[in-house]
Design a protein around this ligand. Structure first.
Ligand SMILES: NC(=O)c1ccc[n+]([C@@H]2O[C@H](COP(=O)([O-])OP(=O)(O)OC[C@H]3O[C@@H](n4cnc5c(N)ncnc54)[C@H](O)[C@@H]3O)[C@@H](O)[C@H]2O)c1
Length: 434
């Protein structure tokens, strides 16, 4: 069997755990890693340490992209770098007629998403956007209920997302806190949520967005800022024990590291924390340079008339979401709870997974969800198979996202940011023609 040849742009924590590890551990009969590119040479060492099989894989710096393609002759390119460089690597790959598998967000603004769409039209290559959240069994059940017509024509979606003190604050410790790096959390994080809504309701074009946003918890005016000072770093911060967000998980005697998938590869136990001049994952969450929001509310109208109201908070005691999808013939309700914040107290519904279906004139049906095995409630192994083996021919509906889905989610997220900043309603009609 001919193995498909892959290179990766951005040897991030995400790249290593989500994509490269499975190449070696599950899909070695189908896939081969032939090149790695990153701006930070330390990332190659971390990758070699985590995945010894990568020891002989050639490595390249960002200005060696063309050289990498020439020397390694890949079939496809994984783009898993810092978000603001996604568009660059996606477009360069498409210009070379290569397939692209990009992590969310496909780009950090709608203009770049349009550039990707136009580049794809001229290329033999195709773009996959890895919106893995779609594959979560609860999320698939919701899609199936809508597709089965259980609630009739969808009219309205009501989605509220909570990102807890650990997860939420981690974005403000890192590059994600700058609009120019991540597009803002309305893109970096909320594009997951907008994509879910888009997919659940059948992927109509979003046409109009209005939003408000604020920075309530982080930045210099955050209520738990021990003192107004810029440029502190958690690692050597003398006020660390006075910082409620750090002290929440740490005692004076034992400093327990806050861990999430973003920080994992910088674990002290592995002997490397970070390359300070390139990457600090412990910048102070109260710095004044932060130029994104931690509290967002948005209204979206779609071409088929569906209305969405959405909100996200990035400093809550526990994590999860509350969803309702209303239709002409019924209503779907779902929720999910968990997160590191909730470890201090029992989160009552954290272990139960179900979707409630209310026919418009009948009584409730509770549909219990059997969680799958693996990340995102069993969603991650499914998306891995679709990416490495091709889309499951037995699945009766589309689930693997493409560049149009990427454009759609990013356009909403970018319009949210622009609407907040410019205090106006943003029209997406033209953008969504691409
Ligand atoms: N789908 C999901 O659930 C999910 C989860 C986590 C992360 N992600 C995405 O994966 C990507 C990586 O996230 P992470 O948190 O692991 O990031 P990270 O900070 O660990 O890694 C970013 C990587 O990009 C590299 N980089 C920076 N500038 C570069 C450039 N110009 N060229 C090449 N490489 C460059 C950095 O050196 C680093 O290795 C992001 O786009 C993020 O949105 C997706």
């Amino acid at each position: 069997m001919n193995k498909r040849r892959y290179v990766v742009c951005g040897v991030s924590g995400r790249a290593i755990t989500m994509w490269l590890k499975p190449i070696y551990e599950q899909f070695s009969d189908y896939a081969e890693l032939v090149g790695m590119l990153d701006i930070d040479p330390l990332r190659f060492k971390i990758c070699n340490k985590d995945l010894p099989g990568t020891a002989n894989v050639p490595t390249y710096m960002p200005d060696e992209f063309d050289k990498m393609i020439e020397e390694t002759k890949p079939d496809a390119v994984f783009v898993v770098s810092r978000d603001s460089f996604h568009a660059h690597y996606i477009i360069k790959s498409l210009e070379k007629d290569l397939d692209v598998i990009t992590e969310k967000p496909m780009t950090t603004n709608m203009e770049d998403a349009v550039r990707v769409r136009e580049a794809e039209k001229k290329s033999k290559g195709k773009v996959i956007c890895t919106f893995n959240y779609r594959y979560n069994p609860q999320h698939r059940k919701i899609r199936e209920l809508v597709l089965d017509g259980k609630i009739g024509r969808v009219t309205h979606v009501d989605l509220t997302w909570y990102i807890d003190i650990a997860h939420g604050s981690s974005y403000f410790n890192r590059w994600n806190r700058m609009r120019e790096n991540s597009g803002s959390l309305s893109i970096h994080k909320a594009s997951h949520h907008f994509d879910l809504v888009n997919w659940w309701i059948g992927s109509p074009a979003p046409t109009t967005v209005h939003a408000f946003g604020a920075l309530n918890h982080y930045g210099p005016n955050g209520p738990f800022n021990p003192s107004k000072k810029d440029g502190r770093h958690c690692r050597e911060c003398t006020e660390r024990s006075k910082c409620a967000y750090k002290a929440r998980w740490e005692t004076r005697a034992s400093a327990i590291k806050i861990k999430d998938d973003h920080l994992e590869s910088f674990d002290e136990a592995r002997g490397v924390l970070y390359t300070p001049e390139i990457y600090r994952p412990d910048m102070c969450i109260f710095d004044s340079e932060i130029n994104i929001h931690d509290t967002i509310v948005a209204n979206v109208r779609y071409a088929n008339g569906v209305l969405l109201n959405y909100s996200a908070n990035f400093s809550t005691p526990y994590e999860g979401y509350r969803l309702a999808i209303n239709g002409t013939h019924g209503r779907i309700e779902a929720e999910e709870w968990g997160g590191m914040g909730s470890t201090a107290f029992p989160c009552p519904r954290a272990t139960e997974h179900y979707v409630d279906y209310y026919p418009i004139f009948g009584s409730r049906e509770r549909l219990w969800i059997k969680p799958g095995v693996g990340g995102h409630g069993g969603g991650d192994p499914c998306i891995l198979e679709d990416v490495f083996l091709g889309v499951d021919p037995d699945r009766k509906y589309d689930i693997l996202a493409d560049s149009r889905d990427g454009l759609s989610a990013i356009s909403i997220g970018d319009a949210v940011y622009k609407s907040i900043m410019e205090e106006k309603i943003i029209d997406l009609t033209e953008v969504m023609t691409h």
